[in-house]
Structure formats: structure tokens, C-alpha cells
Design a protein around this ligand. Structure first.
Ligand code: KG4
Ligand code: ZN
Length: 346
């Protein structure tokens, strides 16, 4: 079965073709960074308008790259939530419309299910069951995964998601959007011994997270070290920012690793999948791998380009659902808020 996947939930348009036997045939991605950079964050209306412009040309590109024509498409998967409602509606309308025109089935895909199944696109992929740490711009969740659609939420962020905390802290440090990767870039030059940030909610039981306090901690450190009338030169200011970025990154990475270790010990499951945009973070990938090794287990993660939003993970998740016979009526919807636990098990 050849499935076309369409991702338009936020600021990236992603398209991919996945085939049962051959696997991923092609994938194309357009990032809207340049569009939102002037505003320091995603402007939903501009995001929707750009998805309208880019989705069809990207589909044509993905078909050409795979050397197939559109009549060979046997099913369509589109992200229908969670995300920005206008952006979601573009992918949903195009996906549904194309499916109707081609006379093939279409399925709505949960964006976070896409992320958590993304490691399945790699040759060396985990078997079920596994624990998934989902860390994106909108979500931080620990999920016990016993099969496709069989998800038990173990813990989640009570306030900011990890990616959101990265982005907000980066903005405070004066770094350009998208903040997460920029903060990680300057943190690499930071001195890990200069500041120590707390590891929130690690000294009490449970698997929930809270990251908004870290952002405030970073802000207070910044005000103390770089007051309005400081006498530091440019190099010293850059170094201080890098040191704050490093302390922040270390705190987030450590906190996530502590909770992963706890989840592994509590469930007895020694396979852990790391997915979502923040899983592209090198420090986090290394730390989680070490943590799992120490527990006698293993961590799995997608290649960096499939950590952040992409069409391949949506094509794959949709293919799983379509091959299991899931069919939807011609009615379609976008769900800006949607719980993983509401999905049907396959
Ligand atoms: O999964 P994703 O592409 O979109 C959402 O579903 O939200 O995740 C985007 C998030 C952003 O907050 C971005 O700053 C963060 O992932 N991110 C990173 C890195 N790359 C992306 N955070 C830290 N380090 C990175 N290298
Ligand atoms: Zn995402």
C-alpha cells in the first residue's frame, strides 16, 4: 500500500510517501522560519497561508522524487491535531479533497502519535512495548506504549513544554526564533560549572514535569549577572549568556533523564523512545542513551530530521492505521486539542 502523508500542524509543511514493502520512498519539507523570524515566534495566520501555498507543490515534488504518479497513491494520511487550527485545516482539506478525487481512503493522524512512531522509520527500530519520552514545542509526556494506539500516559508537563521553555529562555537571552536549537548552539560554548539551576519536581515522587520555573530562574540569573548598567564588554556578555544557556540546558536534560530512569524502574520496561523536536538536542540524546545503558536497557531515537516536524512520521502512522483497515467518512475536522489516550487501539 502506498500512502501519502501530509503534515501542516505548525510552522513546517511536510510531505512524504511511504510504501508497505519499500518503506519511505521520499519526503519533502518546507520550514517557515524566514516567515516568522521577524516576529520572534509563529504567527498562526501567516502559517496557514503559507501551508496553502506550499502543500500542493511539495506533494508534486515528493511524487517526482519517488518516481510515482498520483494515481498510484492508495491512501492519504494528514495531521488533524493537536496544533494550530487554521494550519491543521489546510492539510486536512487538501488530504481529504485529494483522497476523494483519487477515490482512496484518508485517515486523520494524531501529531504526537506521528512523533512517537518516528523511530520506526529507522532500520534499527524498537519492538513493543516501550516507554516514549515525547518532547516537543507543545508537549512533554512520558507514555507507556504497548502497541500502535495503545498508549498509557505516565506523566506530563504541568505548565510549559520542554521545547516551549527552550524557546522562551532563548528569546529572553536575545536569541532569534526558533530558539531551541539556537540556545543549544550557544550552550556548547558555556561553562557547565558557573551556574547551577534546579531540577524541578525530581525530589518528589511521580512522573510529571514543570519547566516554567527554570525560565524564571534563567531570567533572574540574567538580571543579576547582566543588570541594565553593567560594565562587561561584548565578549563577557556573550560568555555569560552561553553559561546561562548551558546551565538551563543541563537542568532540562538532567530532569528529563531522571524522570526517564524513574519510568523505566517503575514499569520494568527497558526500551525507551525519545521523540519530538527537542529530541534533536545532542546533549539530551547522549544523556538518555547513557541513562538507559546504566539501567541495562536501550534508547531509540529518530534521525534528527525526523525529530522535528515532518511528513514521513505522518505517512508512517497513517499507513499503520490504513493497513489495519481504519476508514473515516468524508467529514473531516481539525482538533487543536487532542489526547493521545483518546485514540483507538489497533
Ligand atoms: O516537534 P516540533 O518540531 O514541533 C512541535 O510539535 O512542537 O518541536 C519543536 C520544538 C521547538 O520548541 C524547538 O525549539 C525545539 O523543538 N527544538 C530544540 C532543538 N531542536 C528543536 N530544542 C532544543 N535543542 C534542539 N536542538
Ligand atoms: Zn511536532
Amino acid at each position: 500500500m502506498l500512502v501519502l502523508g501530509i503534515e501542516t500542524s505548525c510552522d513546517e509543511t511536510g510531505v512524504a510517501l511511504y510504501e508497505s514493502r519499500a518503506g519511505l520512498l521520499s519526503h519533502t519539507l518546507y520550514s517557515q522560519i524566514d516567515i516568522h523570524a521577524d516576529y520572534g515566534g509563529v504567527v498562526p495566520e501567516l502559517a496557514s497561508r503559507d501551508h496553502v501555498r506550499k502543500t500542493l507543490p511539495l506533494i508534486a515534488e515528493a511524487l517526482a522524487a519517488a518516481g510515482v504518479n498520483r494515481d498510484q497513491i492508495e491512501g492519504i494520511a494528514y495531521t488533524s491535531g493537536p496544533g494550530l487550527v487554521g494550519a491543521l485545516l489546510v492539510g486536512a482539506a487538501i488530504g481529504r479533497g485529494l483522497a476523494w478525487a483519487l477515490g482512496v481512503p484518508a485517515v486523520p493522524v494524531h501529531h504526537m502519535e506521528g512523533h512517537l512512531l518516528a523511530p520506526m522509520l529507522e532500520d534499527d527500530c524498537p519492538e513493543f512495548p516501550f516507554i516514549a519520552l515525547l518532547v516537543s514545542g507543545g508537549h512533554t509526556q512520558l507514555v507507556e506504549v504497548s502497541g500502535v494506539g495503545r498508549y498509557r500516559l505516565l506523566g506530563e508537563s504541568l505548565d510549559d513544554a520542554a521545547g516551549e521553555a527552550f524557546d522562551k529562555t532563548a528569546k529572553m537571552l536575545g536569541l532569534p526564533y526558533p530558539g531551541g536549537p539556537e540556545l543549544a548552539r550557544i550552550a556548547a560554548q558555556g561553562d557547565p560549572g558557573r551556574f547551577h539551576f534546579p531540577r524541578p519536581m525530581t525530589n518528589r515522587p511521580g512522573l510529571d514535569f514543570s519547566f516554567s520555573g527554570l525560565k524564571t530562574f534563567a531570567l533572574n540569573t540574567m538580571h543579576k549577572e547582566l543588570p541594565d548598567h553593567h560594565t562587561l564588554d561584548e565578549q563577557q556578555v556573550m560568555q555569560t549568556k552561553a553559561d546561562i544557556a548551558r546551565a538551563f540546558e543541563d537542568a532540562v536534560v538532567d530532569t528529563l533523564a531522571i524522570k526517564c530512569r524513574r519510568a523505566v524502574r517503575e514499569t520494568g520496561c527497558k526500551r525507551l523512545v525519545l521523540a519530538g523536536g527537542v529530541s534533536a538536542n545532542r546533549q539530551l540524546r547522549e544523556k538518555i542513551q547513557q541513562t538507559l545503558k546504566k539501567e541495562g536497557g536501550r534508547a531509540y531515537y529518530p534521525r534528527p530530521e525526523f525529530c522535528t516536524d515532518n511528513g514521513a512520521m505522518i505517512a508512517y502512522a497513517g499507513w499503520q492505521r490504513l493497513k489495519a483497515g481504519q476508514r473515516e467518512s468524508l467529514r473531516f475536522n481539525a482538533q487543536p486539542r487532542w489526547q493521545l489516550s483518546d485514540l483507538s487501539a489497533l
